[in-house]
Design a protein around this ligand. Sequence first.
Ligand code: FAQ
Length: 325
Amino acid sequence: MYAQMIKSEASQEDPEQLEAFQARIDAGMKIEPKDWMPEGYRKTLIRQIGQHAHSEIVGQLPEGNWITRAPTLERKAILLAKVQDEAGHGLYLYCAAETLGVTRDDLTRDLLSGKMKYSSIFNYPTLTWADMGAVGWLVDGAAIMNQVPLQRTSYGPYARAMVRICKEESFHQRQGYDIMMKMANGTPAQRKMAQDALNRFWYPSLMMFGPSDKDSVHSAQSMAWKIKMNTNDELRQKFVDQTVPQAEYLGLTVPDEHLKWNEETGHYDFSEPDWSEFYDVLKGSGPCNTERLEARNKAWDDGRWVREGLLAHAAKKRAAKVAAE
Ligand code: FAQ
């Protein structure tokens, strides 16, 4: 449907302009907000950047859940800083999307109504303190794997937002791994919690990269436009190759009986996630979908008086300026 819509839009655009645009992309040039761009390119970016921004915002919820219960003052301060960083990432990304002609209010409305997606991973619950380790290590780890190449994406504002985001995500991943180290080397009960967190977050983390390449509807066009730099399966494989030795160092077991180093390919062979579970989560039936959207809707409603106050103040200032002129 979406691919067809993009094709039909392209058929109404000037072939010469389309060709010149593709030549700029192929030459590695950045596209900036005031440049001409195909309507499909603009819509694809709004979809991807918007979903990415929403993921950062909703992604605060599973970790925010543990700020009041962090085991030490230092851990609390670190977690608080991390969750604030995620809010900041959401804001840079909404700003990048706004350069494409949508407003943050439009995007927020589409998140709150359930029209726009956010990453499937944030529909899983965080049940123990070890989950804070697993989220930092695996979820931020998967996010970095996906986002480092996006620093070279063709749309300038998105690429530049990624540079800062990636720096912060690296710190997030390190703090997660540090929690896992403490837990894995702690008491038997702590070690058990660490293993349990890995068991629950492994496959949902693999799902973060999106469906397998044969089922990915957008990859081919997005890669031709350099909105995406790699396929979903390429990044998933890189993530597994990087993460398995880290699990071994922790003395934890990746919950995959088919996981095996393959000498011939130079990569790990691994089991695919349960894709029916992935699609159920996307349809809204994951363990926490309802809770997450309710929390965001409540935050929006509770913040109404602040927004109204700010708008009234801005209107007053504008009126005073006009009166003084
Ligand atoms: N969850 O054709 P493809 C983070 C949808 S940031 C939900 O392969 P595409 C930081 C996809 O939208 C995490 N939906 O799609 C953090 C499409 O549906 P649509 C977010 C998914 O776009 C850490 C359909 O399936 N990162 O975690 C997912 O080419 C810790 C078909 O899929 C980004 O957004 C999924 N996992 O590739 C925060 C990075 N996968 O739109 C707090 C930028 C696929 O037609 C704490 N995004 N879908 O209705 C991307 O790289 C891409 O959009 C992909 C999907 C790779 C996610």
